[in-house]
Design a protein around this ligand. Structure first.
Ligand code: PMP
Length: 750
């Protein structure tokens, strides 16, 4: 057997720099002026550097054999976690004054040692308290968040060969002979053997970066010991089955209660944040007992080779044989059932629907006969609590992908730094307006920030009234423009309810009606003049979504716009649906119709889900408005919204998502047409805004959407007759997703 690497490393003692040297290093390398206090370290020489202000740092001097790759691995992992889940209490790497993650210092013999530092995390270690059920749940949930944050991280050093990797059980197996107590030895051997036999099944489970050592000695808790406030020691990280991490925490959290009860509470807390998959439950049982066997064997090995080190492990007497016996005597089936029950019994999850009805009323629409409960999104996929994955072909708001890291990090970073309002100067609020207007035609150069598409349309109407001195508005029949009193009045679409049209609103027939647009516009204008309103504005959704994503005859919008302008009205492009690249051929929907509006309103995808809206106007028009109206939106144009909007625009542009919308949209339309299904009458749309006209009723169309949901693809229904399938996915939708979509559609059509 080759000696397990880490055990060999443990035989060398940590470096022995004098305390004064540590204080000097802190000052000179990290710019931290404070007093140095030695801390215990197994392999590194550690000092806490206390400062007069703030918590100070932990200075770590590494042994001469430590690999810089491993340091880089940890640094990158911690940076990644901070980006993915900035609120997770992991150590922050303190950079040197030169901006490096570490430096190298020679000892008196000239041998170089890596010196690095972490911000000190205050708190007490969890193994010094008797954990309450609430704390155990929180610990499980915190571990799950850590796993989620690390789910898309990798580093070449993650393949490090350490004895604490359960998959090395084979290497460790010969060392069981060092276990003195015969009964314990036999128990450990049984467990290791069954684990080795189980490993092939383990290899089929989810793998990712695991912390691999999150026992209560590596977790900090708050004063009242109700929450985990710190996660420590990322030195054992490996790429491994996800359940290894759950197994470590579940196994090593011990105390007054039975070992299985600790495991159960940890699993419940974990599963509430990151649902375990079916096959992971039995694997978890095996990994928990294997971890105990591993600890017992390593303990015996140490006692043999390194008695001082063994003493420390020996204190954890509840680990090892007693825990293995408790688990084995309960049996895998019973323990798995207990874990599953705890995971299923999330507070209130079972009756979420009832609770929703109670808390939000029954009037709020829920999609699908079988409502979808979501806990997570990533790219074009959405996940239910049990891990079921849905392909999202419906949601246009997360246009640069669900859970977009860049946008999330920008929001978190800005929220931590400053969230104020437009009454103060702020760089990114101005920068976004500059970068956005650069994508628009020349005259559209000045921005009014609000919080939603509805607010934008509301503000556009106010601007139009001031600028034109008139109050009438023209919209398309069945159009939808929002929820404020004015935006709703501008929305002839009222779902199942029939509402009278407001007296200041006139409608145009849908562009696919065949009606002459100029004639229709002149009629609407005449009616508004007759009622004394005149024409303040024409409001057009260039995607004509609620009309059923219809094909628009060339010149239709231009003809209407010309009549409205002749009558002194403004042309407003509602780009809430059609903007930001979705239509594929053009970045803005109005460009498809060769019209440049006087005002443009934005919302939905602007900040990838962060609520933000905007009116873009020519400088003179906005001035005419603000000369008369003291307009201030508390949240509109706050730095967090600006940061989110900037990150979203950056993602759209740098990833070529408009071009992708064009290519994938074309592929999807062709694929649907190629199904040649008798229930499909017509496939329409541009880019990733697609309407599928069904040859059938609203009920049939809804049936298809419900079947798609059962086949794990989310779409909607649309149109005045409700018989159009609405397909409008996040823009990173690619050819592989088109395939999944078409398979599901084939299976869902009547
Ligand atoms: N305009 C259009 C074309 C829309 O589709 C919507 C929302 N569906 C709105 C405006 C209103 O946006 P919000 O709901 O974000 O206020």
């Amino acid at each position: 057997m080759t000696e397990p690497l880490r055990l060999v490393a443990l035989e060398t003692s940590p470096p022995a720099f004098p305390t004064e040297a540590a204080a000097r290093m802190a000052r000179e390398i990290f710019g931290i002026d404070g007093t140095a206090h030695p801390l215990y370290g197994e392999r590194d020489q550690n000092f806490r550097i206390k400062t007069a202000s703030g918590p100070g740092i932990i200075l770590k001097i590494l042994g001469p054999t430590e690999d810089p790759q491993t340091v880089a691995f940890q640094t990158e992992a911690l940076g990644h976690i901070a980006m993915m889940d900035p609120a997770l209490p992991v150590p922050r790497v303190r950079r040197t004054v030169a901006g490096e993650a570490y430096t190298s210092i020679p000892d008196e013999r000239g041998i170089p040692h890596i010196v690095r530092a972490l911000d000190f995390q205050p708190g007490r270690v969890m193994d010094s308290v008797d954990p309450s059920p609430a704390l155990l749940r929180h610990a499980g949930g915190t571990l799950a968040r850590l796993n989620l944050a690390l789910s898309n991280f990798f580093h070449p050093a993650a393949g490090q060969r350490i004895v604490w990797d359960l998959r090395r059980a084979v290497d460790l197996r010969p060392s069981t002979g060092l276990i003195e107590d015969a009964e314990t030895r036999k128990l450990v051997e049984t467990v290791l053997d069954r684990f080795i036999a189980f490993l092939p099944q383990m290899s089929r489970l989810r793998h990712q970066m695991a912390h691999n050592d999150l026992h209560p000695g590596n977790m900090l808790v708050d004063e009242g010991a109700t929450e985990v406030t710190g996660l420590l020691d990322f030195g054992d990280m490996i790429h491994a089955p996800l359940v290894f991490d759950v197994a470590v925490t579940a196994a090593e959290t011990v105390g007054e209660m039975a070992p299985i009860d600790y495991g159960t509470a940890i699993v419940a807390g974990y599963d509430a944040v990151m649902p375990l998959q079916d096959a992971e439950f039995p694997a978890l049982f095996e990994a928990i007992i294997a971890r105990h066997a591993l600890i017992t064997t390593i303990q015996a090995w140490r006692r043999h080779h390194d008695p001082a080190g063994a003493e420390k492990l020996g204190a954890l007497s509840a680990l090892g044989a007693p825990a293995i016996e408790a688990y084995l005597s309960a049996g895998r089936e019973a323990v798995v059932a207990k874990f599953r029950a705890a995971a299923a019994a999330k507070p209130g999850a079972g009756n979420l629907l009832e609770r929703r009805f109670h808390a939000l009323g029954r009037g709020l629409e829920l999609s699908y006969d079988e409502p979808v409960h979501l806990v997570r999104g990533e790219g074009v996929f959405l996940y239910a609590p049990d891990g079921t994955r849905f392909l999202d072909a419906y949601n246009n708001v997360p246009s640069v992908g669900h859970g977009n890291r860049k946008v999330a990090a920008a929001i978190a970073r800005q929220m931590e730094t400053l969230c104020a309002n437009t009454r103060y100067l702020h760089e990114s609020v101005v920068e976004y307006a500059e970068r956005l207007t650069a994508t628009l035609p020349a005259g559209l150069d000045t921005c009014l920030y609000v919080n939603s598409g509805s607010e934008a349309n509301d503000a556009a109407y106010r601007i139009a009234k001031i600028v034109t001195g008139q109050t009438g508005a023209i919209v398309v029949e069945n159009a939808y423009h929002g929820v404020t009193d004015i935006a709703a009045a501008l929305s002839p679409y009222h779902g199942p309810f029939v509402q009278p049209l407001a007296p200041f609103v006139q409608t145009l027939p849908s562009p696919d009606s065949g009606a002459d647009p100029a004639v229709a516009a002149r009629q609407a204008i005449a009616a508004l003049r007759e009622s004394g309103h005149g024409v303040a504005m024409l409001l057009i959704d260039s995607a004509f979504v609620s009309n059923g994503i219809v094909d628009v005859p060339p010149g239709w919008f231009a003809a209407v716009a010309e009549e409205v302008r002749k009558a002194g009205g403004l042309v407003v492009g509602d780009e809430v649906q059609s903007g930001f690249g979705r239509m594929g051929d053009e970045f803005w929907g109005f460009a498809l119709h060769s019209v440049v509006p006087d005002l443009v309103t934005l919302g939905k995808p602007m900040a990838n889900g962060h609520p933000t809206g905007m009116v873009v106007a020519p400088r003179a028009l906005l001035k005419a408005f603000t000369d008369k109206i003291d307009f201030f939106s508390t949240f509109g144009g706050n730095p967090v919204s600006a940061a989110a909007s900037l990150a979203t625009l950056e993602e759209l542009q740098s990833r070529g998502l408009q071009e992708n919308a064009h290519a994938t949209g074309e592929m999807l339309r062709q694929g649907i047409r190629a199904l040649n299904h008798p229930a499909i009458a017509e496939v329409r749309g541009r880019g990733l805004m697609i309407g599928v006209q069904m040859d059938g009723s609203a009920a049939l169309t809804k049936g298809v959407a419900n079947a798609m949901r059962r086949n794990r693809v989310l779409i909607g229904t649309e149109g005045p007759q409700g018989n159009v399938l609405k397909i409008r996915p996040p823009l990173p939708f690619g050819p592989a997703h088109v395939e999944i979509f078409l398979d599901a559609l084939r299976a869902s059509l009547p």
